[in-house]
Design a binder for this molecule. Structure first.
Ligand code: 8YV
Length: 328
């Protein structure tokens, strides 16, 4: 007898190929107009679904999870970061959580590199100048930026994405420094010619560019606090393609306004989609709307991972990308 298909509720519009395959494999409820779900809609989803497929725009906190029906056994997140899901409550209610690691690494590293180039070389500012119609032509001293070749890059979080950024930055002639909870394997340090800093404070004070690649957890919330940001040198730049909550955004904005650091490249914000209006006024920042992993290829790979996680789970096996609270 054919197995009953699980009811899968998908909270946002996914690429067509992924939605079509989900429709074939599961009893799938799609969000065709792609509106971010309200809390009431999320509660309704967890009450009815066997599997929920949320994204970063859904706050799956304990007030939502306590209303989940007994059928809800799997949250197959579309994305790597799971800071929008209350993992402790999920565990208490025996709900398995999976994510989509690995497939976003190269795209996110590319976007990080784009920001590392854009901010010191004033790419977005130059583009704005042309579009404003006010460019009066080349001159030897106009719009000078700073060279990145030969500069020190401090990577906070040397996991998959941190290492992919290091490889790219090394090819651009930067010297690689990193801070991580654990020192990486010596072979990786050798390959990247990377210098390990056990003390984040000491590293921050010596870098020309600092880039963040840690997950957002209670331990990394405001890791770059006002005190730590002040350790950075006035000529240095901060890049963040990880999570906005890791940086005290108000403190960063004040420092950028006063020229206490040279610039910032931000793809993520503390209160997304809200962006501090004072940041928008500044010329020494490049602001992107959470584009780190936004490639069609990446989104399809993420969807494939979601499908594999659901299918494996529905077939009674451990899904490959289970998130364990101890991993965070
Ligand atoms: C995703 C991300 O696009 O995967 C992540 O953690 O930050 C993004 O690049 C988003 O989370 C999708 O839910």
């Amino acid at each position: 007898m054919a197995q009953k298909k699980p009811l899968v509720v998908v909270t946002r519009k996914l690429p067509d190929a992924i939605e079509t395959r989900m429709m074939e494999l599961f009893e799938t409820r799609l969000n065709l107009d792609d509106h971010p779900m309200t809390k009431a809609e999320l509660v309704e989803a967890v009450k009815t679904a066997d599997v929920l497929v949320p994204t970063i725009t859904d706050r799956i906190d304990s007030s939502v999870l306590v209303q989940a029906g007994t059928n809800l056994k799997l949250i197959a997140n579309f994305g790597t970061g799971v800071d929008h899901i209350d993992l402790a409550t999920a565990r208490q209610r025996s709900i398995t959580v999976t994510n989509t690691p690995g497939v976003l690494t190269e795209d996110t590293a590319d976007m990080t590199m784009a920001l590392i180039l854009s901010v010191p070389r004033r790419i977005a500012e130059g583009e704005r100048l042309i579009r404003s119609g006010n460019w009066s032509g080349w001159s030897p001293t106009s719009m000078l930026g700073h060279r990145i070749w030969g500069k020190r890059l401090g990577i906070i979080g040397m996991g998959r994405i941190g290492q992919a950024v290091a490889r790219r930055a090394k090819a651009f002639g930067m010297s690689i420094h990193y801070h991580n909870r654990k020192r990486v394997h010596p072979d990786i340090e050798t390959e990247l010619e990377a210098t390990y800093w056990e003390s984040l404070d000491q590293m921050l004070a010596r870098m020309d560019v600092v880039t963040i690649h840690s997950p957002h957890t209670p331990a990394t919330f405001h890791l770059l606090s006002a005190r730590r940001l002040k350790l950075m040198q006035p000529h240095s730049y901060l890049i963040n393609t990880s999570r906005g909550e890791i940086v005290d955004e108000n403190a960063l904005t004040r420092m950028l306004q006063r020229g206490e650091i040279a610039g910032a490249g931000l793809d993520v914000f503390e209160h997304e989609p809200a962006v501090n209006p004072k940041l928008i006024e500044l010329d020494n920042v490049v602001l992107l709307p959470h584009l780190g992993s936004a490639t069609l290829e990446g989104r399809i790979d993420m969807g494939e991972k979601v499908i594999i996680n659901i299918k494996t789970f529905a077939d009674g096996h451990n899904p490959p990308d289970r998130v364990l609270a101890s991993m965070l």
